[in-house]
Design a protein around this ligand. Sequence first.
Ligand code: KG4
Ligand code: ZN
Length: 333
Amino acid sequence: MYILAFESSCDETAAAVLEMDGDKRILKSNIIASQVDIHALYGGVVPEIASRAHIEAISKITYEALDTAGVSLKDIGAIAVTNGPGLIGALLVAVNFAKSLAFANNIPLVPVDHIKGHVAANYITHAELKPPFLALVVSGGHTSFFDVKSYTGYEEIASTRDDAVGECFDKIGRVMGLPYPGGAAMDKLAQEGNKDAIPFPSPAISKNTLDFSFSGLKTAVVNYLNTKNQKGEQIPRADVAASCTKTIVDAICAKVEAALKQTGYKKIVLAGGVSANSHIRQGIERVCKKMKAQFFAPQLCLCGDNAAMIGAQGYYELLNGRVADESLNAYPS
Ligand code: KG4
Ligand code: ZN
């Protein structure tokens, strides 16, 4: 079955076509119109601008996704769309577009949760991957562990109590003047620095919980940078990136080890935009080797927001009978 999928929850307008049937998971096209250059001018996503840019892009990328896949609307068996969480005005663009397309062409419409979509990116990358497993979603808006009991049955077992890890990377990157969004630039810069140069507070909180807290680390690094600036001292930017990244990686690794022990799973799936981080990937790989557990992460082009992951999850939602009618709405959180 061919699935046409849409994603517009934040600052990427995306459309994709997948061929999904039983164990067959084939990505036929994956088109992303990124708004990063527009929002970079403001140092963050401006919701109204995001909505307008989604409206301008969505029709064009739909044709592109169908053409690249070599299919037409007549071949599409289901339309999947992200209906939350995300920016409400942004979400509504793809939701209404998908709704119109589905009802005008008599195609089933399947709503998909953005977070489950991120995890499902792994089904495209790893043909053999099947639930149950432990998942860690690390993105600009989320840092959460899930017990993924089935393709559609998720239980959140821990999360951040304040900022998400991506938010932390982005804020520090911004204060250091790195290109927007800061996560990818921090990853690169950290490779050149001394990870033991500066001690920063851990986001791991206590041993009694799998929850994180990134706001203390974010504030500590920003204070460190501001103090250096006020004193007119040179900022060792690579050392800051490396030390901050090490603090994050150590915390994530400690929680991954504890979560594997607590759940008894021997399989962990990493997902979300921050899953592209090379240091986090290497750290979790080391933990999994020690714990004799399997580690899965999406191919780099499927880590950030895309519609392919929404199509993959949409297939399993459809199998589970989750079809929406014209009353489908978007939810921000
Ligand atoms: O999943 P995503 O594309 O959007 C949300 O759903 O939030 O995640 C975006 C986040 C941003 O904070 C971005 O800086 C971060 O992912 N990111 C990275 C890397 N690439 C993207 N963070 C750390 N290292 C990277 N290589
Ligand atoms: Zn995302």
